[in-house]
Design a binder for this molecule. Structure first.
Ligand SMILES: CC(C)(COP(=O)(O)OP(=O)(O)OC[C@H]1O[C@@H](n2cnc3c(N)ncnc32)[C@H](O)[C@@H]1OP(=O)(O)O)[C@@H](O)C(=O)NCCC(=O)NCCS
Length: 200
């Protein structure tokens, strides 16, 4: 039996490093191809804007998502990413959208491990975000990195707000947004959903 006295003599285990120290703050090299990023555990990814040629990789990325991850990202169930939708997601109008991908070129064909995007609503002087990191690459700071880049992009565009709908069960995203300073508003018409907003 562990007594209270004994427990106090055992040093607590070291805390894991925060996400921002695991990847987002890792080595970055800027090139014409995008930004090459290397994590502290040696994994390398390219951060760049999405391209029309990413359709096949985006659809393969979708097949690696769990039903729960799909519902959290799209706010409803989907069994596949239809070709017209994938084409639409990879062909952006830069005036109204930004879409960033994290590409793993250590495999052939190269695979998309994360996507972050915004849609600008000029009338409201704001943009709506969405973000996704595939499970095998989660919890190393990539979601935070993508969201920080989207926040930077919205500031560059001179927008007043960045916002998105997040399911209340989606603790990872609620925590991530809390770290970035987003505020949460419940949606009376959409039970189980919150609107998260960051004043820029
Ligand atoms: C939400 C999501 C993008 C997070 O991506 P990620 O790369 O794993 O997140 P990060 O590693 O950058 O974590 C950043 C912070 O988010 C929070 N967080 C992330 N995963 C978490 C988890 N499983 N539990 C609790 N907090 C979590 C933590 O505060 C974390 O900081 P810390 O590690 O220093 O504690 C990813 O889980 C995902 O793609 N989910 C499915 C799609 C989705 O929910 N999208 C959001 C709605 S559009």
């Amino acid at each position: 039996m562990i007594t209270a006295g004994l427990r106090s003599t055992v040093p607590p285990p070291p805390l894991p490093p925060r996400s921002r120290e695991r990847y987002a703050g890792a080595l970055t090299v800027h090139t014409a191809h995008g930004e090459r990023m290397r994590s502290h555990d040696g994994r390398e990814l390219w951060l760049r804007e999405i391209e029309p040629g990413d359709v096949a990789a985006l659809r393969r990325c979708f097949t690696r998502l769990s039903p729960e991850e799909i519902r959290r990202r799209f706010l409803h169930a989907m069994s596949e990413l239809p070709m017209p939708m994938a084409q639409r997601l990879c062909t952006i109008d830069p005036v109204r959208e930004t879409a960033l991908v994290l590409v793993d070129e250590s495999v052939r064909p190269a695979e998309i491990r994360g996507v972050g995007r915004i849609y600008v609503d000029d009338a409201a002087d704001s943009a709506e975000f969405s973000v996704l990191v595939e499970h095998a690459w989660a919890r190393v700071g990539l979601g935070l990195l993508l969201m920080q880049r989207l926040v930077d992009d919205c500031r560059r565009r001179g927008l007043a707000e960045l916002w998105g709908y997040v399911l209340l069960e989606n603790r990872p995203m609620l925590e991530l947004c809390r770290e970035l300073g987003f505020t949460r508003r419940l949606m009376p018409d959409e039970p189980g959903t919150a609107q998260l907003t960051l004043r820029l």
